[in-house]
Design a binder for this molecule. Structure first.
Ligand SMILES: [Zn+2]
Length: 240
């Protein structure tokens, strides 16, 4: 095979590897983000529950104060009832007493209701804290695995760049410029194989003459339709 063509195939493979690092790193980072988001979500749910409990306790306190007020009011009414004389006054006091007792019942019901809410939310917090602990340890594991993966990718990247530097230093400037000019628009399909007599960049059939030249591999041949560099793919025979 033509030496320059060989270099171009290698260079295009290295460039493709370099371009692949970005998405690979993004994928790894996304894994961590999903896990951290989950952790954050549980934390915010716990915070909301704590706030709800605070709120319920505050309401309960208000009801307790109200109950104390009602109780002293009822005592006053009992004292007053000993002093009243007319039937009208007795009736008025009874009415007031009834209303106060109703209010007492309501406040007591509210306290029971709020206690239930506080109890339920506290149970929810316990359940959530278990989930949160799981999420935290999961995130830790992912972080550890990601660090390993990133180190691995870094090492690979260093190697690929080193290989590219070495290769580029061996290549002729003219060939390199030619390659870079095509790569500007063709990106990772600058150097493509020919399969079934078709360019694997534009997928157009190439004529017999060009095809014969590609098969010979003596020169650098470009696709007559799109201008990408063509090469004969080494066929991998799969035995049936
Ligand atoms: Zn083409």
């Amino acid at each position: 095979m033509n030496k320059y063509l060989e270099q171009l195939i290698e260079l295009s493979t290295l460039d493709k590897d370099i371009d692949d690092f970005g998405p690979r790193i993004a994928k790894v980072e996304k894994m961590l983000k999903i896990s951290l988001d989950k952790e954050k979500e549980f934390k915010s749910q716990v915070d909301t529950l704590h706030a709800d409990i605070m709120d319920a306790k505050l309401k309960k306190g208000k009801n307790e104060v109200h109950l104390a007020e009602l109780s002293s009011k009822l005592k006053d009414l009992t004292k007053k009832s000993a002093l009243v004389k007319t039937a009208k006054e007795v009736k008025a006091l009874q009415l007031e007493e009834e209303i106060s007792k109703e209010q007492c019942d309501f406040a007591n019901e509210e306290i029971v209701r709020l206690d239930k809410i506080i109890d339920m939310k506290q149970h929810n917090i316990i359940a959530l804290q278990e989930k949160l602990a799981e999420a935290v340890s999961e995130a830790e594991e992912i972080k550890k695995s990601i660090e390993e993966q990133m180190q691995h990718i870094e090492l690979e990247r260093k190697n690929v760049y080193q290989n590219k530097d070495e290769l580029v230093s061996l290549m002729s400037q003219k060939i390199l410029t030619f390659y870079q000019k095509i790569r500007k628009w063709a990106e990772n399909t600058t150097v493509v194989p020919v399969r079934k007599q078709a360019c694997y960049g534009c997928f157009m059939r190439i004529n017999d003459k060009t095809y014969a030249s590609v098969l010979k591999q003596d020169d650098i041949i470009t696709c007559p339709h799109c201008g990408r560099i063509l090469y004969k793919e080494i066929e991998v025979l799969i035995e049936a």
